[in-house]
Write a protein that binds this ligand. Structure first.
Ligand SMILES: [Zn+2]
Length: 169
């Protein structure tokens, strides 16, 4: 097990437990890692507070005094401690947008059926009236998706990866 300090786009900090770092990447990418306080899935690893080291311009520690010259302020729990997202390239606006997108996708898929690798086949069958119309989502290769679009079949890439049902955990 591995524990990560996580931070959501609303600034809530929480701990997440994962089997491995790769587990975390997979679950986070699939939107399974949600903030316990607000449910946001726009979650990233919080950067651990850097260890406070001696500054170069500080005098060397006098060994006879024992204690090292670590300048940690007494009010270490004071607010304003720097906390950064693991992916600093994302602005709060971008994170908010991702959150909105993730929520939209989740809502959109509530009424949609997972068809897995049969997506292209099913979409085509519906388009040609061989089966009843319904909203489906599944997996398609870029070639399959391109072929569908060229045939005039409305397909849309999902902004976030979806973990097929049954493959969770
Ligand atoms: Zn939150």
């Amino acid at each position: 097990m591995i524990v990560f300090d996580l931070l959501c786009d609303q600034g809530h900090r929480f701990e997440g437990w994962f089997g491995s770092s790769a587990d975390y990447e997979r679950q986070q990418g699939a939107g399974y890692v949600a903030c316990p306080q607000c449910g946001s899935v726009a979650v990233g690893k919080a950067v651990m507070a850097p260890a406070i080291g001696r500054k170069g311009n500080q005098p060397a520690v006098d060994a006879s005094k024992g204690a090292p010259a670590v300048s940690e302020p007494a009010t270490s729990s004071a607010p304003g401690k720097a906390v950064a997202m693991a992916r600093p390239a994302l602005t709060p606006e971008a994170l908010q947008m991702m959150h909105a997108l993730a929520t939209m996708q989740k809502k959109a898929l509530e009424s949609s059926r997972w068809v897995g690798g049969r997506f292209a086949e099913d979409a085509r069958a519906m388009h040609y009236g061989e089966r009843e119309h319904e909203t489906i989502h599944g997996q398609a290769t870029p070639e399959e998706a391109t072929a569908l679009v060229e045939e005039g079949i409305a397909v849309m890439p999902l902004p976030f990866p979806v973990v097929p049902p049954g493959q969770a955990n």
